[in-house]
Ligand binder design. Structure first.
Ligand SMILES: Nc1ncnc2c1ncn2[C@@H]1O[C@H](COP(=O)(O)OP(=O)(O)OP(=O)(O)O)[C@@H](O)[C@H]1O
Ligand SMILES: [Mg+2]
Length: 485
């Protein structure tokens, strides 16, 4: 983007073009000129990126009103300010009825020119903001729930990279929140008011992806019965999110790489070059270095995209976030209606933190919805958990004491209330894959919760007893979703 915006001045009088150019350039705008209506349309057909047009009403050849009507058709989002001479004021008023934003009269006054320019640009910005807003209203507001160190640092990195124009590659397993991260990043960027356009590269058939991204001319291929604008153009001034980029064919990758470098391209079946200003965020759940080794992904594209890499960790590596996410989903789902709010008991939460969540946050969200529907407002206790969860959780509905021997070392300042029967293998240890880290965390959560209750909710006393400093204990409790007064 050049300065404050790019303005086209169309007038056959060179004196008018000269003074408009002077006024606008002094104000920081970039100015392009045309001396005929035909010349103006040629510039537009050539894909000149513009934010505003000053258009003379009387022009030799194609006149201002004809140019205006072509503009309304081809570039409805582009504001047009008519320039009217003596005797054309009535025409100028008519032009407004035909979609011109405003008009200014000759002789030109500096103030009026600038006022019209600013008003028109502000108006088109508002229109775009509105579009972006409408676009985002369909979805829930964007936030990344989680207080784990991994999530905190992800959020911090998003905050750092957002205001730059750097391209970002987001990697992570299915359902970890890559798209949420991308939307959050866009929302915190200087392009926030502009469109966020997401393209799922895996969902579009290979033969259609180019037309989807770059648009096509009428008749470009069988079935192209009308011209269509592509996602790159829709994302002009905003952000283009290329989702599942690892699923793009090598041919499309080559094309993307060129466009990413030059920010210009042609419609499929067209010859004019379109120039855009787009920030690209890409996401994948694939291991791109491995894909490069297999020859499925271009190394140069990888390095071009990976200007700033972000990784969204799988849920099983941040189990402290599980209770927070559950709270969040209970809240949004019950507020949305359709299911009653219900409480997940601490024992249930402990079991859930040991389930591996292969589908990550998306799986958790669907699970919460399913549980809320089934619970009908009653507390969700471990016995209500479905077998597909309990069969893979390393901790089941076992009572507190069952897990106790694992933590009751002789030096522990706290004696655990009751020891399990040594001869029996507690069922806590039977089901599910072996994941010591998860089991330890699950135990810790249950242990701390029970002890906190014993200490009447006094975090300082508990901290002293378990040999942690108060603030780290507090963070731990919060992380496990344990209520602290
Ligand atoms: N940290 C989070 N806080 C709140 N909701 C989240 C979080 N992470 C993910 N979600 C929710 O989980 C679902 C999946 O997230 P998203 O679509 O961003 O994942 P993804 O990584 O793009 O998945 P995929 O690889 O399958 O495309 C969405 O409904 C999203 O709202
Ligand atoms: Mg996604």
């Amino acid at each position: 983007m050049s300065g404050k915006g790019r303005i086209l001045v169309v007038d056959d009088e060179s004196g008018i073009r000269f003074s408009l150019k002077g006024i606008l350039e002094d104000e920081g705008f970039a100015v392009v000129e045309a001396d005929t209506g035909e010349g103006a349309l040629e510039l537009l057909d050539a894909g000149e990126a513009l934010d505003l047009v000053f258009l003379d009403i009387w022009l030799p050849g194609l006149d201002g009103l004809e140019v205006l009507s072509r503009l309304r058709e081809d570039r409805p989002e582009l504001p047009v300010v008519m320039i009217s001479g003596h005797g054309t004021i009535e025409t100028a008023v008519a032009a407004i009825k035909h979609g011109a934003f405003d008009f200014i009269e000759k002789p030109l006054s500096l103030e009026k020119v600038l006022l019209a320019a600013h008003k028109a640009l502000e108006f088109s910005l508002l229109k775009q903001e509105n579009m972006a807003l409408r676009h985002s209203l369909g979805e829930a507001e964007v936030h990344l729930t989680g207080a784990s160190p991994a999530m905190n640092s992800l959020r911090e990195m998003i905050g750092q990279v957002a205001p730059t124009d750097a391209w970002v590659l987001i990697t992570g397993e299915n359902g970890t929140g890559k798209e949420i991260a991308a939307r959050l990043l866009h929302g915190q960027s200087l392009r926030a008011a502009m469109p966020f356009v997401a393209v799922n590269c895996a969902a579009i058939p290979e033969e259609l992806i180019e037309s989807e991204l770059f648009g096509h001319e009428k008749g470009a291929f069988t079935g192209a019965d009308k011209a269509q604008i592509g996602k790159f153009e829709l994302a002009h001034r905003g952000t283009l999110f290329l989702d599942e980029i690892g699923d793009m064919s090598l041919k499309t990758q080559a094309k993307i790489l060129r466009i990413l470098q030059e920010q210009r391209f042609e419609h499929v079946g067209g010859r004019k070059t379109i120039t855009v200003d787009v920030r690209v965020l890409a996401a994948t759940n694939k291991d791109l270095p491995a894909e490069i080794r297999c020859g499925n992904f271009r190394e140069d594209l990888y390095y071009r995209l990976k200007v700033f890499p972000l990784t969204v960790p799988p849920l099983r590596e941040r189990i402290g976030d599980i209770p927070l996410l559950i709270d969040d989903f209970v809240e949004t789902l019950s507020r949305r209606g359709g299911c009653k709010r219900a409480v997940f008991s601490p024992e249930t939460l402990a079991v859930l933190t040991t389930y591996p969540w292969p589908g990550n946050v998306r799986e958790l969200k669907n699970f919460v919805e399913r549980m809320l529907i089934l619970a009908g407002g009653r507390e969700i206790t471990p016995d209500r958990l479905p077998p597909d969860i309990t069969s893979q959780a390393t901790v089941t509905a076992a009572p507190m004491q069952a897990a106790a021997p694992a933590a009751a070392s002789s030096s522990a300042p706290l004696a655990v209330s009751a020891a399990a029967d040594d001869d029996e293998i507690p069922d806590t240890f039977q089901a599910g894959p072996l994941d010591l880290k998860a089991a330890r965390a699950a135990f810790e959560a249950r242990f701390l919760e029970a002890k906190l209750r014993e200490f009447g909710g006094n975090v300082s006393k508990l901290a002293e007893a378990v040999g942690l400093d108060r603030s780290s204990l507090y963070r731990k409790l919060k992380g496990y979703g344990i209520q602290v007064e």
